[in-house]
Design a protein around this ligand. Structure first.
Ligand code: SF4
Length: 425
């Protein structure tokens, strides 16, 4: 098979991996320029905010595993291809020289066995670094079950590594990916974390190990875990594995068979809300148990998770923006990291005014219900939670809201709602 033919198949097969930030678009091109759905080159962001274009491909889609949610599963009947390591090296260098890409995102199905696959992946990155003197960005997927020696060797030549957690629980993994074992996924993650820590501790100048850190990907909606479950797992991964990112991928029903897998796409809004909750974990000092709980296990599709938290904790508001701490500012809907830092900086020179807040990037249409500024409140007075929720809706023009949208918990339990009339006007 020609290299270009392989490229077409293996770039397309890589599109389901969302660990590159530009994946997942479905916008169609009706005769215009460009194609957001075409796979092949994706974008990622460096720590300093630079956008990097990456050649995003699989080394092989000839998988010996049969994960029910995956297009590359053994029992699927569709075109298969496999690159030789030398072919990937040549493609990368050629594309780099033509200025098409600045780096490589390389993953692979499990061909023969995890060690065989990982050895070939290592061969690619070693050739690029040692023989081609390539210094561009490399993100490599680690293969669960591969020997630690191979994971370590790969880590010495790549910038970022990721081992996909795939599904939130051991039971889900057993159900949909019976050939994978949870411990075979977590062990290399832990190993990478320990190696990164060790290298940072020793401040080794002679070699670096996964300097851009590790990430993972979790599929959402293929099994019945709640958002609470998912957010708790992400929190544990951030805390115990020091992951840079958990990427969430709304399940795409690529297989009709078998019966154990849903045939419907989970709402994209769910993936969006989980990303927002993840943001609260990483940058806003929230804990998973504050965002959700066994009693409120799913994120509200109508308002973002920070507003949801605020609505459940109205007793903490309003907060006086000129007095509260940085961490408390971060808890106010409409105040982000940047605006909180600006408020703290400005407060050193005197109290900030309501007009100042706008200039600092505070989203006042949300924040006004939760703050006082120089002692003055600009919200709606003694507002009850459901009316406040209406005021905070992501899409305020939405007029056809159902009671079940506003009271999902109540309706899920099949209980009657009393006294809600008048709130939906
Ligand atoms: S091992 Fe990876 S490529 Fe193979 S079927 Fe499972 S998810 Fe797909």
């Amino acid at each position: 098979m020609e290299v270009l033919e392989k490229l077409k198949i293996l770039a397309d097969a890589a599109k389901y991996d969302v660990s590159c930030s530009s994946s997942g678009s479905t916008r169609a091109n009706k005769g215009g320029l460009g194609n957001a759905t075409a796979a092949g080159i994706c974008h990622s962001w460096a720590d300093d905010g630079r956008c990097i274009s990456l050649l995003k491909i699989l080394m092989s889609n000839k998988c010996v595993y049969d994960c029910a949610y995956c297009v590359n599963r053994l029992s699927n009947d569709f075109p298969r291809a496999e690159f030789e390591p030398e072919e990937i090296v040549e493609l990368t260098i050629n594309f780099y020289r033509r200025n098409y890409i600045e780096g490589l995102f390389l993953s692979s199905a499990v061909t023969r066995n995890p060690n065989y696959t990982m050895e070939r992946l290592v061969k690619v990155v070693k050739k690029l670094r040692l023989e081609e003197n390539f210094h561009g960005y490399i993100h490599l997927k680690g293969i669960p079950g591969a020997d630690e020696k191979l994971i370590r060797e790969a880590g010495l030549y790549v910038d970022r590594m990721s081992i996909n957690i795939e599904l939130p629980t051991t039971n889900s993994l057993r159900l949909l990916a019976p050939q994978k074992e949870r411990k075979e996924i977590l062990a290399p993650m832990k190993f990478i974390k320990n190696q990164i820590d060790e290298h940072q501790l020793q401040k080794r100048r002679d070699e670096s190990f996964v300097p851009a850190g590790q990430s993972t990907q979790m599929i959402v909606g293929a099994t019945n875990e709640t958002d609470y479950h998912i957010v708790k797992i992400s929190e544990a991964l951030y805390n115990r594995m020091s992951l840079k990112r958990v990427y969430y991928s709304a399940y795409v029903p690529v297989n009709n068979h078998p019966a154990i897998i849903p045939h419907e796409v989970p709402p994209l809004q769910r993936e969006h809300r989980i990303y927002q909750a993840d943001w609260l974990l990483r940058f806003y000092g929230f804990q998973a148990d504050e965002i959700l709980s066994p009693e409120h296990p799913n994120l509200d599709m109508l308002v973002d998770p920070k507003c949801q938290w605020a609505l459940r904790n109205l007793n903490l508001f309003p907060m006086e923006v000129n007095r509260v701490s940085f961490l408390e500012l971060l808890r106010i809907p409409g105040i982000g990291n940047t605006s909180a830092r600006r408020i703290m900086a400005a407060r050193r020179f005197g109290p900030v005014s309501y007009e100042d807040l706008k200039k600092m990037g505070v989203v006042l249409k949300r924040a006004k219900y939760f703050i006082t500024c120089k002692g003055q409140y600009y919200g709606m007075g003694d507002i009850e939670p459901m009316r406040l929720k209406m005021a905070l809706l992501d899409k305020p023009k939405q007029s056809q809201l159902m009671l079940s949208d506003l009271y999902p918990d109540v309706f899920n339990k099949g209980l009657a709602v009393g006294g809600a009339h008048g709130l939906l006007t």
